[in-house]
Structures are given as structure tokens and as C-alpha cells.
Design a protein around this ligand. Structure first.
Ligand code: GLN
Length: 495
């Protein structure tokens, strides 16, 4: 079989079971592809020995029969996941040299199911960013380019390495995490599928914390079926995460019938932003038509507090981050600054944090500390929490009125050139999250599905937002959209 690295999880699973291919072969195909992919800077720590050992174990298990769906599937793992004995730096210099003594729940569930780890993937530092440009490893690069234009393009962020690796077929799929859009925005920028599940669906244990009330892990895959298969393996109750839900995990793949007749799809008027590019408007209108043609009922809806979501997010996320990142003090993990004679513990903290954290992380820590400070707590943090409740209520109201899913653009533009936004006012970068942060604030599941290309040939995605805990239903609607859109474009290989 040729091009094993290009396979979907579903195709590889079926071929593995039939004995048409081995996990060792799939793994070698991906490892070979990774070797030639330095220009993408997607993988930041390669783990070929682990991959080969896991592949051999998977092949033995497959031979014995009754192997789970993920058995033998080569994956990339975002650097935010703690992987035992393997560098896990959250793309930060402050975690340089950190090799966890433990395995995150998500990765241990995937490995227990027989999945293979090819290595760790690039990302924005501590998952703060929308372009992968805040990474201590340097940015990952999107395998897509504008037509007749060699400008390097961002894969989005923060899961930029995951997106780039999946889009470039360096692995069959990857893990991502999403606090304000970090699975969905990079998925949309690279023409792949990414789902952020309901808050509490996937354990956060062993995932380096950014904003604990918003963080969720999810799969980034080549199509919707793969997202369903991989999500099932990542989900489930975990006593080690007190926010993990004790709910049964359905067979999401079995719910992909493509039948959405009679489903009510809401189109929120507040997502029609001023200055939205015509191409995004057009894509959204086309997606709406596709769902309608598949038998769904299209309903105009209102989510009136949408305009407050971005400001509320950029108070709550930094507040939680400033608290979560207090633990990086040069004592317990990773980097410690070298000290001058006479330096005390305060200098040690200050120098370590000044050296270890990049600019964006420092900005978030400062904003977060400010909004939590005694004099400003009520004015900023408490007010943002109240706004969050109103945003959540907006969604509850439309779901109570019978809406099954909400269709929006995933991003306000196609992927931009690396460097094009990083010099700008940070607010310009934050605007990337305008369609995605509401979903994290409300704790809902959201999925990005590639649906078209822009005039320069770059992929564009739409987002579907679902009812809490109904990822299966949401994925089925995404599946119907995927079938109708028929997005099959691939980046031309230049790396
Ligand atoms: N881009 C957003 C931020 O910088 C979201 C990041 C994320 O989801 N991890 O906070």
C-alpha cells in the first residue's frame, strides 16, 4: 500500500484488522514523513523508539483479535499533554528539561487503546495564542500556501503543530486542546476537522493548565468520522479531574448516519460581524444552504450577549492563567535562572519567570493579576463572570426553544501570513477567537469542519455548536455538512 501516512484512522483501522497493513508499516511511513518535514516545525520532540515499541505491541494485539479502534494508529501529541519520561514543555522555556513522572489521562487512555505516539507537537506557549508564534520552539508552519505565493502561512494556534502535522499527513491524527478556539481555529486554517467537546467530557488531568474552567482536550483529524472514533477513546470519567463528568460515553461513530432531516439549525445574527470578509459571508450562506438541502430547518436566532464574549474571555482566561502559572517559580519544575551573589528567593523567582516566560505569557500574567487584584476584582473579574453566565443563558434559551445546533463561521478570515499579525496590537490577534470563545465560556461542544477555499486557495471552515453532552448528534450534523461540502483539497507539498 502506498502513502500509508495519508490514511484516515477509519481506513487504517479496517486495513489493520484485515491484515492488509501493520501498525509497524503505518508508523514507519509517518516517521519517514516527519523526517522530511523540518520546514513545518510541527514536531518538536520525536519519539521513534516509543512509536516502534507501541506499534509492535499493537500488531501483536491485532493479531490476537479484538483490538480497539485506535489500536496501531500513529498519532502526534500536543506538547501540552504530560507524557511520561518524554519532554513536555508546553512550548515554554520555563519547562525546559521537564520530563513528567506521569502520563496524562488522555494519552494513557489512547495508549491503553493501542495508539502509537510519534512525538510531541508544537503549539503556542502555554496554549496562549492564535498563530503558533508564541512558541519557544519557533512557529509551526501551515502546509498550505496562497496560490503563486511562497509567503509562509500560520497554521493557527494554539494547536498549530497538531493542525500542521495532520494537514501535511505526518500522522493520522493528533491531540489538541481548546481554551478559546485552539482546536477549531487551527483546524479551519489547515483544512482539517477538530472538535472541542463539552466541558467535563475529557479529563484535564495531566494537561498543563491554562484556564481551568475553559480548557478541554479534543481530537484533530482528517475527517469527521475520525473525530468521532478518536473522541470516543479520549472521553470518560476520571476521578483525578473533579470537573470530569460521570457519564457514559456513546459510540459516536455509530451516530454518523448523515440524516439530519427535521433538525433545527440556528443562524445567530450577532455573528454577522462588521467588516467580515465577503468570502466568509459566502461560505456561511453556502453551508446554511447545504444543511437546508439535507433536510434541516434553518432558523434565525439571537445570542444577544455575543459582543461581550471576547472581553469577558480576555479577563477570565488571563485571571485563571495568572493563578495556574504561579507554580512555575524555579523550584518545582524546569528552568531556574542562574543567580548573582546576594540574590535571595525573590530574585530567584523574578529572574526565573522573566527568563522563562515569553512576552505573551507575561502579558497574560500581568492582565490576570491586575483583574484579580483587590481594587479591581469586582470591576473586571466578577463582572466578566456575570457576563459569562449571560452568554451561557443565551445558548440555553435557544436550545430550550428547540434548536439542535448552531452554524457559524469558524474564523473571521483564512489563515494569515506568519508575522502579519504578531507586530500588530495584541487585540487584532485576539479577534481571531471571536466565533469560538463563546463556546468555551458556555462549556458547549463545538466542531470546525472544512467547507471551502478562499480566492487564494486557502482552506476555510465552518463551526457547528451543539447541546451539552450531545457530541454524537453534533458530529452527525458535521458529517452531513462534510458530505455536502465535499472538501477534498490538499496542500501541495513544498516542504
Ligand atoms: N487564542 C486564544 C488565546 O490566545 C485561545 C487559545 C486556546 O484556546 N488555548 O487565549
Amino acid at each position: 500500500m502506498a502513502d500509508l501516512n495519508k490514511m484516515t484512522i477509519a481506513a487504517a483501522r479496517d486495513a489493520l484488522r484485515k491484515g492488509d497493513v501493520t501498525s509497524a508499516e503505518l508508523t514507519e511511513a509517518c516517521l519517514g514523513e516527519i523526517e522530511g518535514s523540518g520546514a513545518l516545525n510541527a514536531f518538536v520532540h520525536n519519539t521513534p523508539e516509543i512509536a516502534r515499541a507501541q506499534a509492535a505491541a499493537a500488531d501483536a494485539r491485532l493479531k490476537a483479535g479484538d483490538a480497539p479502534d485506535m489500536c496501531g494508529i500513529p498519532l502526534g501529541i500536543k506538547d501540552l499533554f504530560c507524557t511520561k519520561g518524554v519532554p513536555s514543555q508546553a512550548a515554554s522555556n520555563i519547562l525546559k528539561g521537564f520530563k513528567p513522572e506521569y502520563e496524562s489521562t488522555v494519552t494513557s487512555q489512547l495508549f491503553d487503546a493501542g495508539a502509537v505516539m510519534l512525538g510531541k507537537l508544537n503549539m503556542d506557549e502555554f496554549a496562549m495564542g492564535s498563530s503558533n508564534e508564541t512558541s519557544a520552539y519557533g512557529n509551526a508552519v501551515n502546509p498550505w500556501r496562497r496560490e503563486n505565493d511562497a509567503t509562509p502561512i500560520t497554521p493557527g494556534g494554539s494547536s498549530g503543530g497538531s493542525a500542521s502535522a495532520v494537514a501535511a499527513d505526518l500522522c493520522l491524527a493528533a491531540t489538541g486542546t481548546d481554551t478559546g478556539g485552539s482546536i477549531r481555529q487551527p483546524a479551519a486554517f489547515t483544512g482539517i476537522t477538530g472538535i472541542k467537546p463539552t466541558y467535563g467530557r475529557v479529563s484535564r488531568w495531566g494537561v498543563v493548565a491554562f484556564a481551568s474552567s475553559l480548557d478541554q482536550a479534543g481530537p484533530m483529524t482528517k475527517d469527521v468520522r475520525d473525530a468521532a472514533i478518536m473522541l470516543e477513546a479520549m472521553c470518560g470519567h476520571d476521578a483525578k479531574d473533579s470537573t470530569s463528568a460521570d457519564l457514559a460515553v456513546p459510540n459516536f461513530e455509530a451516530m454518523l448516519t448523515g440524516d439530519i432531516r427535521g433538525k433545527k439549525i440556528g443562524i445567530p445574527r450577532e455573528y454577522r460581524m462588521d467588516g467580515m470578509p465577503a468570502e466568509i459571508e459566502k461560505l456561511w450562506a453556502e453551508g446554511t444552504e447545504m444543511l437546508k438541502a439535507a433536510g434541516a430547518e434553518i432558523v434565525d436566532i439571537s445570542l444577544p450577549h455575543t459582543k461581550y464574549a471576547l472581553p469577558a474571555y480576555y479577563v477570565i482566561a488571563p485571571a485563571e492563567a495568572s493563578s495556574n502559572l504561579a507554580r512555575y517559580d524555579g523550584v518545582r519544575y524546569g528552568h531556574r535562572a542562574s543567580l548573582a551573589a546576594g540574590d535571595g528567593i525573590t530574585e530567584m523567582y523574578e529572574k526565573t519567570r522573566a527568563e522563562g516566560f515569553g512576552h505573551e505569557v507575561q502579558r497574560r500574567v500581568m492582565v490576570g493579576t491586575y483583574v484579580l487584584s483587590a481594587g479591581f476584582y469586582d470591576a473586571y473579574y466578577n463582572r466578566a463572570r456575570k457576563v459569562r453566565t449571560l452568554i451561557k443563558r443565551d445558548f440555553e434559551d435557544v436550545f430550550a426553544a428547540g434548536i439542535d445546533a448552531i452554524l457559524t463561521p469558524a474564523t473571521p478570515s483564512a489563515a494569515f501570513g506568519l508575522g502579519e499579525m504578531s507586530e500588530a496590537d495584541p487585540i487584532a490577534m485576539y479577534l481571531n477567537d471571536v466565533f469560538t470563545v463563546t463556546v468555551n465560556l458556555a462549556g458547549l461542544p463545538g466542531v470546525a469542519v472544512p467547507t471551502g477555499v478562499d480566492s487564494q486557495g486557502l482552506p476555510l471552515g465552518l463551526q457547528l455548536i451543539g447541546r451539552p453532552w450531545e457530541e454524537g448528534d453534533l458530529l452527525n450534523t458535521a458529517y452531513a455538512l462534510e458530505q455536502a461540502a465535499g472538501f477534498v483539497a490538499k496542500p501541495h507539498k513544498w516542504w
